[in-house]
Design a protein around this ligand. Structure first.
Ligand SMILES: NC(=O)c1ccc[n+]([C@@H]2O[C@H](COP(=O)([O-])OP(=O)(O)OC[C@H]3O[C@@H](n4cnc5c(N)ncnc54)[C@H](O)[C@@H]3O)[C@@H](O)[C@H]2O)c1
Length: 346
């Protein structure tokens, strides 16, 4: 969008978002990787996320992720995403979100998109990309294990398989037997691979070469370093599952150092414990650029904080797809007070 006229304002529903993204795992993973590299190269503005918390509801939060992205995408915006974990027991998803896209030329918001799908998609795409990059110097994992199996775990599995991963065995562990059964049901329909539901995290981790954490744990619940002695690739998407001891015995990569060293993530706890960031090998961008090599003889843990620029890139992709399809739902006269001194006539 260019020029200095007021852009039309559109609303894009979750159904439209899903339709624009369905079956495009490879394409979206490439887009997310490209955007992430752009961020690594400095062609983005991605200030710290702002956490709105509530004294009377300590487990709930709403996070604002403002960002600006250069390159071909050239868009600014904000993701505003709620996490209300008790929603799940009530039968609705934990996370809900909108994404606002702002016009690069005028600053005007030009779209509001349902964004829980965009958020899950960009998270899963970067996780799938990390799985590839981090397993380059070791046998490609054929046994995957998922700890915490809600919506994010499902998206990560979809993106792994959609970008070419196949698994002989898939382990499932969740504190809720009902959630484990639900995920198992999804896996059975999704494709081949022997599925095992584990009662405890230890057996699952010991049986998996690729371990995905997608729980809602607020503090570490896995601290025994010996569970990782087979040197798995660990996608620590939920950020707070692993005790500092586990990180200190692993090669650690993050998506963005400053972002990750906040909000009591496991890397943040490890920094507090050791008083330094020496336990970090670098970022995934460093691995992609060949600046960091991941040794095979240690566990490798990727802890991605989640970057607003990735939401923007996927959101703009959806916007362009919906526009192309001719189904963009524009709200007429959304911006209405446009004459500097009003419209009174004498
Ligand atoms: N890093 C990122 O970029 C990023 C992006 C999106 C979501 N996330 C995180 O991913 C996580 C999962 O999100 P979701 O929408 O799938 O949540 P969800 O509530 O749908 O599912 C979480 C599951 O984890 C299970 N669980 C909770 N504690 C557990 C434990 N200690 N051991 C095993 N299972 C446990 C729950 O029973 C539930 O089934 C959240 O923590 C969310 O913040 C991270």
């Amino acid at each position: 969008m260019t020029g200095s006229s007021v852009p039309p304002f559109a609303v894009i529903s979750g159904a439209q978002v899903q339709q624009a993204l369905a079956g495009r795992e490879r394409q979206i993973t490439e887009l997310v990787e490209e955007t992430y590299r752009l961020h690594g190269a400095g062609d983005s503005v991605n200030p710290p996320s702002y956490f709105l918390r509530f004294p009377d509801r300590p487990s709930d939060r709403i996070i604002a992720l403002p960002a600006s992205i250069g390159g071909k995408v050239r868009v600014d915006g904000l993701k505003w995403i709620s996490s209300f974990p008790d929603n799940v027991a009530a039968g609705i998803p934990r996370a809900s979100a909108v994404l606002i896209l702002n016009d690069h030329a005028t600053g005007y918001p030009f779209a509001c998109l349902e964004s829980s799908i965009i958020s899950a998609t960009r998270t899963a795409a970067l996780a799938a990309s990390a799985a590839d990059w981090l397993s380059q110097n070791r046998p490609r994992p054929a046994r995957a294990g998922f700890v915490g199996v809600g919506l994010i775990a499902r998206y990560i599995h979809t993106f792994l398989t959609g970008t070419g991963w196949t698994f002989d065995e898939i382990g499932v562990h969740d504190l809720s037997a009902e959630h484990a059964a639900g995920f198992r049901g999804y896996l059975e329909k999704a494709g081949p691979g022997r599925i095992t539901v584990y009662e405890d995290a230890e057996q699952l981790i010991r049986s998996s070469d690729l371990v995905v954490f997608a729980t809602i744990a607020g503090e570490p619940h896995v601290s025994d370093v010996s569970w990782f002695e087979h040197n798995p690739v660990v996608l620590h998407v939920s950020l707070r599952d692993l005790a500092p001891e586990v990180l200190l015995a692993s090669t650690n990569l993050v998506d963005d150092v400053e972002h990750c060293m906040k909000a009591n993530t496991s890397p943040h706890l490890a920094e507090q414990l050791t008083g330094s960031r020496d336990f970090l090998a670098g970022t995934l961008a460093d691995v992609m650029a060949g600046r960091v090599t991941v040794p095979a003889g240690r566990p490798v843990v990727f802890s991605p904080f989640g970057l607003g620029v990735l939401d923007l890139a996927v959101g703009k992709y959806v916007y362009d797809e919906v526009t192309r399809s001719g189904d963009l739902h524009v709200i007429d006269d959304f911006f209405h007070e446009l004459k500097r001194y009003g419209t009174l006539t004498a």
